[in-house]
Every structure is written in C-alpha cells, then in structure tokens.
Design a protein around this ligand. Structure first.
Ligand SMILES: C[S@@+](CC[C@H](N)C(=O)[O-])C[C@H]1O[C@@H](n2cnc3c(N)ncnc32)[C@H](O)[C@@H]1O
Length: 307
C-alpha cells in the first residue's frame, strides 16, 4: 500500500459552476474520514468494499490487495463502518453494500442487527455472464447488493428507474383506446390488469441487463473490480434527487463519484490507495470539463488527504 502523503493536501478543481461548496475526494482510510462527518448528512451511501478474498486484485497497470480475513474477521472489520454509515444517513437515506457469495451472508446478519430486519429493503442480485464457467458446480455469476434504509420513511423514486417491458411474457399485448397495454386476467377473481407498455416498469430485484465492463470498454480505467456506471446509476437514481448527498468509502476508480457528478448529486469519496485517487480525480476532471463544455458545469472538487 502506498502512502497518501504523495498527494497535495488540498487541490481544488473548478469547472465554472457558481456553486462554491466543493465535492470531496479524500485519500485515506474511509473509516476515519466517515468518523469526522456529522450525523444525518448523507442521502445515500454505496460501498463496494474488499470482499475478504485474500486475493491480489489486478487491473491494467493497477493492483490492490484484498483483505485476507476469514468471514468473521471480515465482518468484525466492516461493522464499525456500517454502524457509522447508519449514523451519517439522513432519516430518508439508504445504505447499499455490494458483496459477493463469500461474504454476503455474514454481512447480512450483521446489517440486520445494526439497522433492524424491517429496514432491509432489497437483496439486489446483479447477474453477469463474462468470465470462466463452472466445472464442478454452477458458474458463480452474480454479486449481491444489500439495501438498508435508515428509517421506515426511505426515499424511492420509481419513475427514475423504469425499464422497458419485455415482450414474450405471459401477458398479451392489446390496444386499449389506441394505447398498447400488457394485459392479464386474474383466474380466481376475473379481474383484468392492464399495464401501458410505454410506461415501462420498475425492475425486479434481479438485474440481468447490466454487463460487467469488458477489457475494451471505454469506461475502463484499469482499476481492478471497477463497477459499471449503469449499475451505480440505477441505485443512485432510485434513492436520490439532484443536489442530494452521496458517499462511497471505497472509491477505487471513482465510479460512484463519477455517476454522482454526472447526475448532479453531491459527493464525498475516499480510498486509501493514492493510485486509485489519481484515477478517480482524472476521471472526474475529464467528465467535469466535458459537462462544462455542454453548458452544465459541475461544482468544484477538493482533493485532500486524510488529516
Ligand atoms: C472493490 S474496490 C472498489 C472499486 C470501485 N467500486 C470501482 O468501481 O472502481 C475496493 C477499494 O477499497 C479500497 N480500500 C480498502 N480498504 C480501504 C479503507 N480502509 N479505506 C478506504 N479505501 C479502502 C481499495 O484500495 C480499493 O480501491
């Protein structure tokens, strides 16, 4: 692990916005940065922590070492950050924890204890197909994102995440006053349900329409385990509005910050690896300039190292 000392204490990027209050990219330990935040200031937190695999994660020219813990030690390491994330969430706020099959069941139990089982909103299953196939079992081709709300009054904006209705379902498509609708009849009650095709639908809790990034993807930064922007976009669009505050304590290449910047959300993000911070800043800087050129300059960004 390199030291964050190589980064300037505060560098400020300006894109021409009239907003003076800066978004934050901080090189340092996410636990420590989070501990310095006041209570109830964040609208959404998405984290994609190391999964406790003990593996060296390699990307194009970049690598980081995943924590080599056993599951109990992994949970013990993560729980203080989960508890403090809950403290920093506003009443309508939500926490999303991205995990894989190795850790998710252990962390789920810990989150139930911290937030309460009734605050568990969704187990989001993100499916993908790339990579090796299973030989002695089924291919492990999904990650799990656990969604917990801070209170029973959580924000959710279904119209922001609608997707096209699939053809070929058990529902037939008919015209209803010139509008195409999918129609089904409840066999028991005889009641007829009609869903306008053009309105789309809120996705289920399993997502097969967002692939992992392939090697030639334009989004690729070279940071290992980089997540697709579309995945984070669906999450942030579902629970935040423009101007809302988003955090990610394990920035990596800065996917959450990049999506937040593009969608007009405010953000704070941390990573303990200076190389990750450099990639993240380069990404935000390029996108910020592009947004400014389109006449929508984002707020300034302050790049800092943990004090
Ligand atoms: C799975 S990667 C995140 C990838 C990211 N979602 C993306 O799309 O690029 C996990 C990141 O957590 C960082 N990390 C691990 N422990 C940390 C800590 N205590 N504080 C801050 N960052 C940490 C690692 O350096 C790594 O970049």
């Amino acid at each position: 692990m390199e030291s964050c000392d190589s980064l300037p204490t505060v560098e400020r990027l300006e894109f021409g916005s009239s907003i003076r209050d800066a978004d934050r990219v901080i090189c340092g330990d996410g636990f420590t940065v989070l501990a310095q935040l006041p209570d109830a200031v964040l609208d959404a937190i998405y984290i994609d922590p190391p999964f406790g695999t003990g593996l060296v994660q390699k990307g194009r020219g970049h690598r980081y070492v995943d924590r080599a813990d056993d599951p109990d030690a992994f949970v013990a390491w993560l729980v203080p950050l989960l508890a403090d994330s809950r403290r920093a969430l506003a009443a309508h706020g939500s926490l999303f924890v991205h995990l894989d099959y190795r850790a998710v069941h252990y962390v789920k139990v810990a989150l139930d204890r911290l937030f309460g089982r009734e605050r568990f909103i969704n187990e989001l299953i993100w499916c993908y197909a790339v990579g090796g196939k299973g030989r002695r079992g089924f291919g492990r081709k999904h990650d799990t994102i656990l969604w917990y709300s801070r209170s029973d009054d959580w924000a959710f904006y279904p119209d922001a995440v609608r997707v096209a209705r699939r053809g070929g379902s058990h529902m037939r498509v008919v015209l209803d006053g010139g509008t195409a609708v999918q129609e089904k009849t409840d066999r028991k009650t005889g009641r007829v349900y009609r869903y306008p095709v053009a309105a789309g639908k809120v996705p289920e809790d399993w997502w097969t329409d967002i692939e992992t990034l392939n090697h030639s993807d334009r989004e690729r930064t070279g940071w290992p385990s980089q997540k697709p922007e579309r995945l984070i976009e669906r999450i942030l669009a579902a629970v935040t509005r423009p101007g809302d505050r988003v955090a990610d304590w394990f920035a990596g290449s800065g996917t959450t910050a990049a999506v937040a910047q593009r969608l007009g959300r405010r953000f704070v993000t941390t990573d303990r690896e200076p190389q990750a911070i450099e990639l993240c800043v380069a990404r935000l800087s390029a996108q910020g300039r592009a947004l400014a050129a389109q006449g929508a300059p984002p707020p300034p960004i302050e790049i800092d190292r943990q004090q």
